[in-house]
Design a protein around this ligand. Structure first.
Ligand SMILES: NC(=O)c1ccc[n+]([C@@H]2O[C@H](COP(=O)([O-])OP(=O)(O)OC[C@H]3O[C@@H](n4cnc5c(N)ncnc54)[C@H](O)[C@@H]3O)[C@@H](O)[C@H]2O)c1
Length: 402
């Protein structure tokens, strides 16, 4: 079986790759009937030379391979008919901008296996980049504070060679004693953010201590959903019930509005959930938060200042709490500085790729190359020019009725 690692064609460019050079070697050793070909790419985070150094074939054309591995959506003119593809198609929520892509996939008799729906039997996702989003998102928050105050200057994560260099950069962080950072969430993103703040020398404290005490060093609190939501009728907080009916809950986050200096937003936010605070709260004189690293990046979602996404190249903007408008980054001390990069894992592409490939090797490739125990079937959106049964709900989207 021939496997091709394709060159990413989407703009803005994605540097990540599904298998690193060392992982390609590992796969070839484990599956002697498999061949791997890497399509030449000037942007991939692992260079063509790094693949060649370990004996992996780097070629111009991978269209004779049986299975093609990418990361982001393949541009329609680059799709090769009758192939099996793996990439993030961003079609399963009927994203309007990818309707034509799904139509082209069907027309060209392509089987698309989408990483987003690669799941284990219990439904948990096999491939997720949340940790890297959290690592970099919190780092960008610290970077923003250094720039606001002019106290230190962190090298942007995407200019660091890898995560190790970012950890070393973290040593430059100098926050005042009693500087307080609130992180929301307890999942992959939030736990990644915790790793960065610990690496930067902050101390983790409980919510009560965060509110009641002052400290001789910078501190952070990690808030689980139950730490900042309460049932509207005073019933006990039950996580499943909160997920099922978030509109039955109020947010109590505002008790930290005049305590936290920075917010790192890392909890998934359902549109029916209460917001963290309002535009009016942000305009109050005791609203203390001056840096918001919004990793969830829901535009006009739980955080009113997240009015637009920002980019890796230009990660910050200011929110003027008086006018409610976006202004240039770091244009006034009265403004709140926002980081809302929506593709954070791409800032550490080498590490993110390595974690990605590890998940592929450990959880997917045996099903792909030997016998499918369900992983591949669950992730297959199209087969034989038709939607597979699980994805039939996309038919009206394909037909253009929705
Ligand atoms: N900016 C980026 O580049 C980037 C990258 C990856 C993920 N994200 C976003 O970060 C957020 C968190 O992702 P994650 O990987 O940590 O997810 P996760 O499933 O690992 O964790 C989700 C967290 O949100 C909380 N939560 C609150 N309401 C919820 C609900 N209704 N359903 C599910 N969880 C709920 C959970 O308790 C948990 O703490 C998501 O919104 C995701 O889209 C952003």
């Amino acid at each position: 079986m021939k496997v091709g690692i394709i060159k990413e064609g989407k703009i803005p460019e994605d540097k990540r790759v599904a298998l690193t050079p060392a992982q390609c070697e590992e796969v070839l050793e484990q599956y002697p009937n498999v061949e791997i070909y890497v399509q030449k790419s000037p942007i991939r985070c692992y260079t063509d030379a790094e693949y060649e150094e370990v004996g992996i074939a780097v070629v111009d054309d991978v269209s004779d391979c049986d299975i093609l591995l990418g990361i982001k959506e393949v541009p329609i003119p680059e799709l090769v008919p009758d192939k099996k593809y793996f990439f993030f198609s961003h079609t399963i929520k009927k994203q309007p901008y990818n309707r034509e892509l799904l139509r082209a996939i069907l027309k060209n008799n392509i089987d698309i296996m989408d990483y987003e729906v690669l799941t284990r039997e219990d439904g948990s996702r096999v491939i997720a980049f949340g940790r890297f989003a959290g690592l970099v998102g919190a780092y960008n928050g610290l970077l923003a504070y250094g720039k606001r105050m002019g106290t230190y200057d962190l090298k942007p994560a995407h200019l660091c060679h890898d995560l190790n260099e970012m950890w070393i950069e973290c040593k430059k962080v100098k926050l005042p004693n009693d500087y307080k950072i609130a992180i929301t969430g307890s999942g992959r993103v939030s736990n990644g953010a915790v790793e960065t703040l610990l690496a930067a020398g902050l101390k983790k404290v409980s919510k009560q201590d965060f509110i009641d005490n002052s400290f001789e060093k910078p501190v952070f609190v990690q808030l689980r959903s139950k730490d900042y939501h309460e049932h509207k009728e005073g019933k006990p907080f039950v996580l499943k019930e909160f997920f099922d009916a978030p509109s039955d809950y109020n947010s109590t986050f505002s008790e930290l509005n005049n305590i936290a200096d920075m917010l790192v937003a890392g909890a998934f936010w359902h549109p029916a959930s209460p917001v963290l605070f309002t535009k009016e709260d942000m305009n109050k004189s005791d609203f203390k938060i001056k840096v918001i690293a919004d990793i969830t990046c829901d535009i006009e979602g739980s955080i009113p200042s997240t009015k637009q996404p920002s980019t890796i190249a230009d990660p910050l903007y200011d929110y003027n709490p008086t006018t409610g408008e976006v202004e240039d980054a770091l244009s006034s001390k009265e403004n709140i500085t926002v980081m809302a990069v929506d593709n954070l894992p791409n800032e550490l592409p080498r590490d993110a790729s390595e974690a990605f490939g590890r998940q592929m090797i450990d959880n997917v490739l045996e099903d792909l190359f030997v016998k499918d125990k369900g992983v591949i079937e669950r992730a297959t959106i199209t087969h034989g020019k038709a939607l597979t049964p699980k994805f039939k709900y996309l038919q009206d989207y394909v037909d253009g009725n929705n």
